[in-house]
Design a binder for this molecule. Structure first.
Ligand code: CIR
Length: 255
């Protein structure tokens, strides 16, 4: 069971609509993006989490995607080395907040690693190799977590920005996945629910205590989750999705 007690988030900067994106969904509306971020923070508070809200970083328009700058397990926090050069400077602004909760380790050059490529449940870690995460970064993370008894698998990300754009836990035995990731050997031991074709974005959900936070507007995925007994809460993320982000990206969650 994951029971998150706290989360570290960061307020979006005034230039958030100028962040990196590879999707062609139009320019994000800053006011609406801020509102959607506020609604996300409120959902975490409603679910009982204590939220550390860090100040906006005007030099880093993607810095409210705090998931990418660290991997947090019950034992340790690993500061990443983000694959996008424009995001690399974000890490030093997360260290103090994380050091209050965990001992810190750091991914070193030539490793690159984005938190969005790292899926962890119990003592199993899967790292996706993507445009952001390289083999050296994955090996370093595997070595650090191996010291705490974790087994790490490394896979290629077949589509999308990050591995967790397409694969996420909804309980400790079950993954919500896109069809493209269904056959991966390293997740063969888990039960899998496949999002309907055309709803791939909805695979990015957050299993948050007893609730699944999912993006609004994906009725097939909602039905699939509810038919399988999950309680869902939809969140508006239209502007966040324009910046290639989703619900997992917006927080570092701590048990
Ligand atoms: C980026 O390209 O880095 C941001 N615009 C989006 C990061 C999304 N993060 C995530 O999926 N973990």
């Amino acid at each position: 069971m994951n029971h998150y007690q706290s989360a570290i988030c960061r307020r979006p900067s005034t230039n958030s609509a100028q962040g990196l994106t590879s999707v062609d969904l139009g320019v994000a509306d800053l006011q609406l993006l801020m509102k959607q971020h506020d609604q996300y923070l409120s959902a975490l508070v409603d679910l009982g989490l204590e939220v550390t809200l860090l100040d906006a970083l005007e030099d880093f328009p993607d810095s409210y995607f705090t998931e990418d700058v660290a991997i947090v397990t019950p034992e340790v926090a690993v500061i990443t080395r983000p694959g996008a050069i424009q995001r690399r400077g974000e890490t030093k602004f997360i260290e103090n907040a994380l050091a209050k909760f965990r001992d810190l380790e750091v991914i070193q050059n030539p490793g690159t690693l984005d938190g969005g490529d790292v899926l962890v449940v119990n003592k199993h870690c899967v790292v996706g190799l993507s445009e952001r995460t390289n083999h050296a970064g994955a090996i370093q993370l595997g070595g650090i977590l191996g010291g705490f008894g974790y087994h790490t698998d490394i896979v290629n990300v077949p589509e999308a920005l990050h591995f967790k754009s397409s694969v996420n836990f909804v309980d400790q035995y079950t993954l919500l996945v896109t069809q493209a990731c269904y056959e991966m050997d390293c997740i063969a031991q888990y039960r899998k629910l496949v999002v309907p074709q055309g709803e791939e974005y909805a695979a990015n959900v957050v299993w948050m205590n007893d609730i699944i936070l999912m993006p609004e507007g994906y009725p097939g995925t909602r039905r699939l989750l509810e038919e399988n007994g999950y309680l869902v809460r939809e969140m508006a993320v239209s502007e966040i999705s324009k910046m290639d982000g989703g619900l997992t990206c917006l927080s570092l969650r701590l048990t």
